[in-house]
Ligand binder design. Structure first.
Ligand code: ADP
Ligand code: MG
Length: 401
């Protein structure tokens, strides 16, 4: 019966279907796009993924997948022609190319101005500082001379960071001596194509994060503040809510809202902070997209970061960020070596009560590569962490020995 209704509308079986639902284009096809696509599909949207890899985590479940280079204006134009709104799963897209789409009347959210402000970590720091927000002292490092000045001004140790295209700690180097600083300066590619900057070392007691979602109207909502734990610079565990005073949590939410306003953000934005020993909140970085520290919101919050991102960019009302359990812990499933990413141990993992397994469908594993995550809810963070850790420990990737 259903089929005959649809056939009546289509006319011929091979006819292009009419666009009845909002069509969301996502630049990038990794796990962030995959989980965003799932939320958008649930809201009845058509989802078009643009990624170089035809079998990317998001492409395999999208309504349509475009294969191509997202920095190629012709490819972006194809994506624009098939969609109503374009959004991004990463901040590495050429802002100029996005600007051309906007000039042609396309809706790109977050917009090119926000992306250009956020994709350069040095400019991001300047933006936050100009908005009166707390950042770690930082300095421009375009030459060895500036590097030496930075060492004098910021002290040692310091962190040298690539300004662009860095993630999961790639592009960062912590240096303890002037010699180390100079070697890292060359190793990170300074003087060549890669611009760097330096940051003072922050002796944090805890890393905190939140997701702020800003609507087209400028209205914002924030998710509970969480503790994040990085291992080898890669997010490993997220604990919600953070075990900090209400004043500290409120401060993180406040700086996140103000950062989203300053960036002119539309959509979900991850805000990573350091909590210093003296109780001060300092922003580490902004990610103008859904973020690993918000994966727990799928099960733990009334409306997930992914759905709220979709709502924000489509101009729909934002959903509640309230937690539906007292605590939640997310543990990332990271690859350990280069091998095919065949998941093993699911039987034992799924036997852990209350733990939710998410696998991203990646084909290849690699050291530190994010292949999935586990979220467990609980009455306390400790209880949730015990279930999440037990479940995550049961899963590994590769070929059976
Ligand atoms: N200035 C700093 N002081 C101390 N630790 C830092 C500093 N900058 C970064 N880190 C550590 O390295 C991790 C990754 O750095 P970050 O700049 O956030 O890179 P990425 O873009 O790869 O997430 C941080 O979460 C933190 O643990
Ligand atoms: Mg980071």
């Amino acid at each position: 019966m259903q089929e005959s209704y649809d056939n009546a509308l289509l006319g011929r079986p091979d006819a292009e279907p009419p666009a009845l639902a909002p069509r969301l284009g996502i630049v990038g096809g990794g796990q962030l796009a995959r989980m965003t696509a799932m939320a958008a599909l649930r809201l009845g949207c058509d989802v078009v993924i643009l990624e170089r890899n035809r079998l990317s985590p998001a492409a395999t479940l999208a309504t349509h997948a475009l294969v191509g280079d997202w920095n190629d204006p012709a490819v972006l134009a194809q994506l624009a022609a098939r969609t109503d709104v374009i959004t991004l799963e990463n901040e590495f897209v050429d802002a100029e190319a996005l600007r051309s789409l906007e000039a042609a009347g396309r809706v790109v959210l977050p917009g090119s101005v926000t992306v250009s402000r956020a994709q350069d970590k040095y400019q991001q720091k300047a933006l936050l500082e100009a908005a009166g927000l707390p950042v770690v002292p930082y300095a421009r490092v375009d030459s060895l001379h500036q590097l030496r000045t930075a060492v004098q001004r910021l002290g040692l140790p310091l962190v040298l960071k690539a300004r662009r295209d860095a993630y999961d700690g790639r592009g960062n180097a912590t240096v303890r001596t002037v010699d180390e600083a100079e070697s890292a300066f060359h190793a990170l590619g300074a003087g060549g194509a890669r611009a760097l900057y330096a940051e003072a070392w922050c002796e944090f007691s805890l890393e905190l994060a939140t997701i702020v979602v800003r609507a087209r109207t400028g209205e914002t909502v924030t998710y509970p503040v969480v503790e994040t734990e990085q291992r080898n610079h890669v997010c490993n565990v997220v604990r919600a809510p953070a075990r900090v005073t209400p004043e500290i949590a409120a401060r993180v939410s406040e700086v996140a809202r103000r950062a989203a306003d300053a960036a002119g953000m539309v959509g979900a934005m991850g805000v990573e902070c350091f909590l210093t020993a003296s109780g001060e909140v300092v922003i580490n970085e902004l990610a103008p997209r859904v973020h690993n520290s918000g994966h727990y919101t799928i099960e733990a919050c009334a409306c997930s970061q992914f759905e709220n991102h979709v709502r924000a960019v489509l101009g729909l009302p934002l959903g509640s960020t309230r937690m539906v359990a007292p605590a939640a812990v997310m543990v990332n499933l990271l690859g350990t070596r280069q091998t095919t990413a065949r998941p093993m141990g699911l039987e034992r993992a799924l036997a852990v009560e209350g733990a939710n397994v998410h696998l991203y469908g990646k084909l290849m594993s690699g050291a530190g590569r994010k292949l999935g995550h586990v979220t467990a809810l609980g009455d306390t963070v400790e209880q949730a962490e015990s279930a999440a850790s037990q479940c995550a420990a049961a899963i590994s990737f590769g070929e059976a020995a």
